[in-house]
Design a protein around this ligand. Sequence first.
Ligand SMILES: Cc1cc2nc3c(=O)[nH]c(=O)nc-3n(C[C@H](O)[C@H](O)[C@H](O)COP(=O)(O)OP(=O)(O)OC[C@H]3O[C@@H](n4cnc5c(N)ncnc54)[C@H](O)[C@@H]3O)c2cc1C
Length: 472
Amino acid sequence: MKTVIYWQKVYYSEMLSILRFHQNYIFVPNRKNNVQGPKSLLQTEEKYAIIGAGPSGISAAKALKEQGIPFDGFELGVDVGGLWNINNPNSIVYESAHLISSKKQTEFKDFPMPEHWPDYPSHREMYSYFQAYAEEFDLYPHYSFQTKVIKTERKGEQWEITVEQNGQRSSHLYKGLIIANGMLAQPNYPKFKGEFTGEIWHSSQYKNAAIFEGKRVLIIGAGNSGCDIAVDAAHRSPKVDVSVRRGYYFVPKYIMGKPSDTLGGKWRLPRPLQQWIGGKLLKWVVGDLQHFGFPAPDHKVYESRPVMNTLILQHIGQGDINIRGDIKQFEGQTVHFKDGQKEEYDILMLATGYKLDYPFIDKKELNWQERAPKLYLNMFHPQYDNLFVLGMVEAVGLGWEGRAEQARLVANFIAGLEQGCAEALDFKTKKAGPNPDMTAGYKYLKQDNMPFCVDTSTYRSILEKEAAALPQ
Ligand SMILES: Cc1cc2nc3c(=O)[nH]c(=O)nc-3n(C[C@H](O)[C@H](O)[C@H](O)COP(=O)(O)OP(=O)(O)OC[C@H]3O[C@@H](n4cnc5c(N)ncnc54)[C@H](O)[C@@H]3O)c2cc1C
C-alpha cells in the first residue's frame, strides 16, 4: 500500500511539473511591442524606480510587490531576462552558454526549474525561466521595455530619473531608486604594447564560433567565458592558443555523476579544512594543471572564482588548444610572448572581464571608493535611505535565490522605515557603519573583483538574518 501511495505521489508531482512547464516555460511571447510607460495611477513621486529586468531587477520587483511598495521598472531590452536574453542589446551570452552553477543551486526557491530540465540549463532555457517568473508573479505590467535610463539625479529627498523611449526623453521624480543594471556590461580592455593588425574581439561581442572558421585564434584570459570560447573555437579553427598570466582552479561540472556544486551537502566545515579538502579533491579529480601548461595557482582554492570547465583540459590533451604565457607586445599579426616565443594569429579574443559601470549616476552619489561603490552589504548607501544597488557582488554560487534574498532585505527595510519600526531604524544605524566581515577569512585574489567579493554562505546568512528581523 505504502509503495502504491509513494508512486502515486511521484506520478502526480511529475505531471504537475510537466503541466507547469507547458503552461509557463515554453511560452515565449514576443514583447517587442511591449513598450509601455509607467501605468499605475499613482504619481511617480510615490513610487520606487527599478533599473533593469535581469534576475536582480525582477527579484526586486517581486519583493517590492509583496511588500505593497509601488514601483516602476525600466529595461532597455525588449523583455526580462537580463544578460540571459541573447537578443537583449546588453546581453553577453553566446550560443553555447549554459549555467555555471547547477540548476538546484541556482533556482529561485519559490519557483523551481522543471525537474526534466538538464542540470546546467542553456541561456535559452534561462530566458524562458525568467519570462515564466515574470508572468507568474505578474511583474510585466510594472515594466517599461526598450526604455533606457539615461540619468538619475538626487533632487532633495527624491530621485529624478531621465529615460529615453523611442528617441524621446522624459524626466520623472521618484521616491527612491533601485539600481540593478548588472555588473557585466562594460568590457575591460587591457592595454598592450604595440598594435595588433588582425581582428580584435572582446568576449562580450562573441555569439558563435562561425567567426573562427579557418582562422588562427589567440584567446586572452582563461576565465569561464574564455574557456567556453576556446572549446567552441577548437571545433572550427586550425589553431587555438590561450594566453594566461596566472594559474586557475578547474572544477568539473560533474563529480561521481552529480553536479559538483551539490556535493558536500549543508555541512559548513572550518575554512582551512574546507580549503584543504577542496584542494586535495581537485588534485585527485582534475590532476596537476601544470601538466596542461598552466602556471601553478598563486592562491588557494576558493580564493578566486573557479573555472567550471574541464572540456578545455581534454582539448589541451588532444592538442586542439595550447596554453601560452603572458603577452609582451604585438607587432602586426605577430604576438610576442614574455617567454621569448612568438606566433602569428588572425583573431585576438579578449576574455578579459568587465568593469563596474553605473553610467547614469554620479560616482559620488554611490559613495564610490577606489574601484567600487562602498555600500553596506554591497547594497545599502550609508546615508541615503532610498538608494540601493542589487547584484553588485561576486559570490560563487549566489544564484537567483541569493539575488532574491538581497531584494527581500531591501524591500523589508523600505517597508520597515515606512512603518517607522524600531528594527528598521536599527538597521539604518548599522548601514551607516562598517561592513561585517563577509569573507569568512578567505584572502580573495587581488586582481579579481575584490571590493565586492564575498563568501557566499556567510553573505547569505547575513542577508537572511537581517531580512528576518525586519517586517515580512
Ligand atoms: C556565460 C555566463 C554564465 C553565468 N552563469 C551564472 C551562474 O551559473 N550562476 C550565477 O549566479 N551567475 C551566473 N552568471 C553571472 C550573471 O551576472 C548572472 O547570471 C545574472 O545575469 C546577474 O543578474 P543581474 O540582474 O544583476 O544583471 P543582468 O543579467 O546583466 O541584467 C541587467 C539588466 O539591466 C538592463 N540595463 C542596464 N542598463 C540599463 C539602463 N541604463 N536602463 C535600463 N535598463 C538597463 C540590462 O539591459 C539588463 O537587462 C553568468 C554570467 C555569464 C556571462
